[in-house]
Write a protein that binds this ligand. Structure first.
Ligand SMILES: Nc1nc2c(ncn2[C@@H]2O[C@H](COP(=O)(O)OP(=O)(O)OP(=O)(O)O)[C@@H](O)[C@H]2O)c(=O)[nH]1
Length: 375
């Protein structure tokens, strides 16, 4: 879904893979925290300039101005750059701690300024993880415990004890919660991936099912058109497969299909797509491949299947396949049309005696066997 103009302004054009859902959330949260941090501090500065909340020349005015500028600069650097997330998140956390310490030291009239240490902790746990959360919580507790005496208006021992216990409580709470929610998130992602794999892959052979395969092909056709590169389709159909089932049983047929799928998978490039589009039919999409290249690969595959000899209960079984090859010559051709051509070429190979590679030339509509080995 295209991002709204507001999202583009706030986050830039950072792209996240489907599996980076949590990182995308952290990235967006950091951008929001940087902008809101700058805005809130700017409001305090406005209070000073409008004399509503005068800090009467306190050095904290400089640290607030520096904090606002730093948050805006960090936001500008973060927009559209997910790879900068970690150092920007840490830089912002350091700026926050300095800002809180400055408030403690220079704004004694604000007795609630210590609350910023509390609001900081959830953000650290979410943005930087559990170790960073535990470290910052410890630093805040130790800093307050030892620094209190140096404040111009120190908190009472009772007040300090309340602050420390509450900070520890909050740290422990977010530590446990972070642990649980992250493991829940990881399990959700794993089960989502499993479901997605089940919905897009054939359970017997592990290759793409027809729907996922054709959708992958449509995507590659669009890319091919954009780059002006040719592409080809191989349609692989096992010969006399019914007799394998009839003579050796369905389990043997399944074993043969698995072995063939494995052989096909190892014969192609990772950029090619392989799908089981029918019972004993496989289709292979070859991007950036013209007809001579596709015919050559088809012949290699045909020979590979012939030599495969999958072992079933009764011993090794000789199998073969007929392969139809089609090249996309017309840029406007749909996947269905190309697949139909490959199908017709495969049918022609069957008629020619099986165990061979054929391609149909659209001009001549003639069969061009590229290789034939008698069984
Ligand atoms: N074991 C097994 N058999 C399957 C599966 N899916 C389809 N089949 C069988 O595949 C066979 C396909 O037979 P046909 O379409 O007649 O093709 P063929 O026997 O290979 O003959 P030709 O293609 O003309 O060489 C049928 O018997 C189907 O039952 C499957 O998942 N496992």
């Amino acid at each position: 879904m295209p991002a709204s103009p507001f999202a583009c302004l706030l986050f830039g054009r950072a792209e996240f893979h489907e599996s980076e859902e949590y990182q995308a959330f952290q990235f967006k949260l950091l951008a929001i925290v940087l902008v809101s941090g700058a805005l809130f501090t700017a409001l305090f500065l406005l209070g000073e300039f409008s004399r509503i909340n005068p800090l009467s020349g306190s050095p904290h005015l400089y640290s607030m101005s520096a904090f606002t500028a730093a948050a805006l600069i960090l936001w500008g650097l973060l927009r559209g750059h997910k790879e900068r997330f970690l150092w920007i998140a840490w830089s912002y956390e350091c700026a926050c701690l300095l800002e809180y310490v400055s408030a403690l030291a220079f704004v004694p009239q604000d007795e609630l300024r210590v609350l910023w240490f509390f609001t900081n902790i959830p953000g650290v746990y979410i943005l930087l993880g559990q170790r960073a959360g535990a470290a910052i919580t410890t630093l805040s507790v130790v800093g307050l415990a030892f620094g209190n005496a140096s404040l111009s208006a120190p908190y009472s021992p009772n007040g300090l004890a309340t602050l420390i216990v509450a900070l520890v409580y909050q740290g422990v709470f977010f530590h446990i919660y972070g642990n649980r929610s992250l493991s829940y998130f990881a399990r959700m992602r794993a089960s989502h991936e499993k479901l997605h794999h089940m919905a897009t892959h054939d359970t017997l052979t592990g290759v793409m099912n027809a729907r996922a395969y054709y959708s992958a092909c449509e995507h590659m056709i669009l890319l091919g058109r954009r780059h002006g590169t040719p592409f080809s389709v191989l349609f692989v159909d096992l010969d006399h497969f019914k007799s394998v089932n009839d003579m050796h049983g369905h389990a043997a047929g399944d074993a043969v299909l698995k072995a063939v799928a494995g052989a096909l998978r190892t014969s192609i490039r990772t950029s090619d797509a392989l799908g089981r589009v029918g019972g004993e039919e496989f289709s292979i999409f070859l991007p950036d491949t013209d007809l001579p290249g596709a015919l050559q690969l088809a012949e290699t595959i045909r020979r590979g299947i012939e030599q495969l000899m999958p072992v079933i209960e009764s011993g090794p079984l000789r199998i073969s396949a007929s392969i139809g090859v089609a090249e996309c010559r017309d840029r406007g051709q749909s996947m269905q049309e190309i697949q139909r051509q490959a199908d017709a070429a495969m049918y022609a190979a069957k008629q020619q005696g099986r165990n061979r590679v054929s391609s149909l030339s659209p001009q001549k509509s003639a069969v061009e066997p590229a290789g034939a080995i008698a069984l």
